[in-house]
Design a protein around this ligand. Structure first.
Ligand code: SF4
Length: 433
């Protein structure tokens, strides 16, 4: 990391300006000529940047730009911030809205997919436009927040939908709106009795740590419980400033988690990921997810095999603190949702024993319960009667709970055949009456 005063472009910038998040946003690096004053670019690289910016604009905060190695095109920070022509080489299977956020959307900017939580996008603006962004279909399009009227419609939906207990504010980056606007949104959501937690999904602690001000956290802590997830991808992003940002949030009672994306040439290495996860716990940020890179248009060059994610978890589980081990997740296309993938620790099982292997490769057995040790409800417990909303009756959990006998996919040939057969039988029955 270079001191900003060592970069000619910013040598006259005062500490007051540099640490002011609004100055940082106003002075983002958005064109090739300015970027060339910060890092060394070949003519070919400059041409590539100009071409790919037509699809997702470039914006790099001066702070994040100062973390880049000016002479190394493979620098992990630079790869996340500087466009390349790879972004305009599309594959047939790539999609614009890979996870169907706009399909599971009862209102513009609001996605309701999982039973008890919604995703609510406040703005399409981010302080930096990450080159691996899977929401590139919307981010940076207007560089503006949504109007209060649009946001109010989303809040009305949350108010009318009693099963929503968790609201994730995202974008773009929800911390790109002013403290006042954010407070207006959070205050309205907090008034809704059935909303238990409000979450923020923001990359500002990583790319714009000065956004985490005492004023912001003082406002947020009035509306607890507030949770926050951020997005560190490489240990080089953990600096004294990003550490201070995370610590300021945690000291205000806001739990901070991290969602990394597995990126080829950035962090597709067990050792890099181990360093990242350990350093995250050091700054009190809990490694939460590692995402397999989505199949969004223009991201092919960042994608790794899914096996790499499994290998990384293998290198973490048991080899470091349990809370430093995130889950490896594939966000399934077409709204399948987040599916955890990882090494298999169950070797075999019978009704007497389960056979497991540990991180060292040791094989161990564990006895199964028998007879009256099989779980039954405590005699006085009435929780599921008093709170039926807590029961998980959908999906595989619903089958396990005996609420459903099976789950049968729709639209199969077998289903069509069965329906035709039943229809025929019904007609034949009518005819014989
Ligand atoms: S901060 Fe998030 S939404 Fe914004 S560009 Fe980066 S990955 Fe995309």
């Amino acid at each position: 990391m270079r001191r900003w005063k060592d970069i000619p472009l910013w040598k006259d910038v005062s500490t007051k300006e540099w640490t002011d998040w609004k100055w940082q946003v106003r002075n983002r690096v958005m064109d090739v000529d300015t970027l060339a004053e910060v890092i060394n670019l070949t003519d070919e690289e400059e041409a590539e940047i100009r071409d790919s910016m037509k699809y997702l604009r470039m914006a790099i905060t001066p702070y994040y730009a100062s973390l880049m190695d000016p002479d190394d095109a493979h620098d992990p920070v630079r790869k996340q911030a500087v466009p390349t022509s790879n972004e305009i080489r599309f594959k047939d299977y790539e999609m614009t809205d890979t996870v169907w956020e706009t399909v599971d959307s009862p209102h513009e900017g609001l996605t309701h997919r999982y039973p008890d939580r919604v995703l609510f996008l406040l703005t399409d603006q981010c302080s930096m436009y990450c080159r691996h962004c899977c929401r590139r279909r919307i981010v940076g399009q207007t560089d503006h927040q949504r109007s209060w009227e649009e946001i109010k419609e989303g809040i009305d939906y949350i108010r009318e939908t009693r099963e929503v207990r968790d609201v994730l504010l995202s974008g773009g980056d929800p911390l790109m709106v002013s403290d006042e606007f954010l407070e207006k949104v959070v205050r309205e959501i907090r008034k809704i009795k059935h909303v238990q937690i409000i979450r923020l999904g923001t990359r500002t602690p990583v790319v714009l740590p000065y956004r985490i001000t005492p004023k912001l956290v003082k406002m947020l802590r009035k509306y607890h419980p507030i949770w926050l997830n951020t997005h560190f991808n490489h240990p080089n992003e953990i600096t004294s400033q990003s550490k201070r940002a995370v610590e300021t949030l945690v000291d205000a009672g806001i739990p901070v988690g991290n969602q990394s994306v597995l990126l080829k040439g950035v962090n597709d290495c067990p050792t890099i990921m181990k360093k990242l996860c350990q350093d995250l716990t050091w700054i009190r940020c809990r490694p939460y997810y590692i995402y397999q890179c989505d199949i969004a248009k223009g991201l092919e060059h960042f994608r790794t095999s899914t096996a790499k994610g499994v290998e990384i978890i293998e290198a973490l589980r048991g080899h470091t603190s349990g809370f430093a081990v995130p889950e490896f997740i594939i966000d399934a296309p077409m709204g399948g949702g987040k599916i955890p993938v990882g090494p298999n620790y169950v070797v075999s099982m019978s009704d007497k024993k389960i056979v497991l292997r540990n991180y060292e490769g040791g094989i161990f057995s564990f006895p199964e319960v028998e007879g009256d040790r099989i779980s039954v409800c405590p005699p006085k417990c009435k929780l599921c009667k008093d709170h039926p909303e807590l029961e998980s009756n959908e999906g595989v959990a619903g089958v396990l709970a005996g609420k459903k006998l099976c789950l049968i996919p729709e639209g199969t040939v077998r289903e069509a055949r069965r329906k035709a057969y039943q229809k025929e039988k019904k007609h034949a029955g009518r005819r014989s009456e």
